[in-house]
Write a protein that binds this ligand. Sequence first.
Ligand SMILES: C[S@@+](CC[C@H](N)C(=O)[O-])C[C@H]1O[C@@H](n2cnc3c(N)ncnc32)[C@H](O)[C@@H]1O
Length: 248
Amino acid sequence: MRKNSKINDIDLHKKEKFLAKQDILGPAILFANSDIRKMLRLARARRDDVLYDLGCGLGQNLIVAATEFPFRVQRCIGIETDPIRLRECRERIEDLSLSDRIEIFNFPIADVISGQKGNISQATIVFFGLEIKPKELADLRKNLQPKCKLVYYFDNGLIPEVKPTRVDFPFYLSISPFIEEPTSRLDWLLSVVQKRTSSLHRGEPDEQELWDELAHDLNIRIGYAGDDLRTIKTYRKRLDSYFSDRKR
Ligand SMILES: C[S@@+](CC[C@H](N)C(=O)[O-])C[C@H]1O[C@@H](n2cnc3c(N)ncnc32)[C@H](O)[C@@H]1O
């Protein structure tokens, strides 16, 4: 029970501000533990991996990775800048006596992937649960060690310039330095939508059917606020600029 449980305007205002901020940041824990295990299985995480979670929220991905069989990853690193989440995350890790295996750094993700802060080159698995823009992809290409596994997830996290090596929806995995590049929009769509047979006719789906499927899935996962359409537009634009750059 709080010492002073009287609800007043200041309390309400503070709570509103807190919730609004949490909304912008997205959920502090994105996945159920069974999903986190799926992600770790996709990355084939093991004891001697060095796992980074870029934007680790309350550190749940790291906690499952460090504690559960068969993963038991000995070195897990979380990156988080929100002060409330940072404090809460560190407290959880201390309470679980995991400080020898999990470290949380208050660094902006951009500084970590550009190599200015921390040591991302030691990572063997990186989980990136936010949008991966071209600048971030270029930094990851430059600073991840070869064969580092990048795990990202559906919503707005797909990478138009790269095809995934393995998929276990909603998780995608690509391996540094990300040489599996798409040869066409259709090639990329087939790799991310993972639909080999058309629902409309015999044979492979065409590009429009795959855009429709992607738009549907985004709509279901990220809602009807127009974010799904914005995301589709962004993917198309990035694919087009990737192919026009390649022609030059
Ligand atoms: C959607 S949450 C995901 C939490 C966690 N990775 C998970 O899967 O449960 C993304 C987190 O990234 C953090 N974040 C967003 N932008 C960041 C940045 N530029 N630098 C560091 N952390 C950031 C947010 O505060 C938030 O906690």
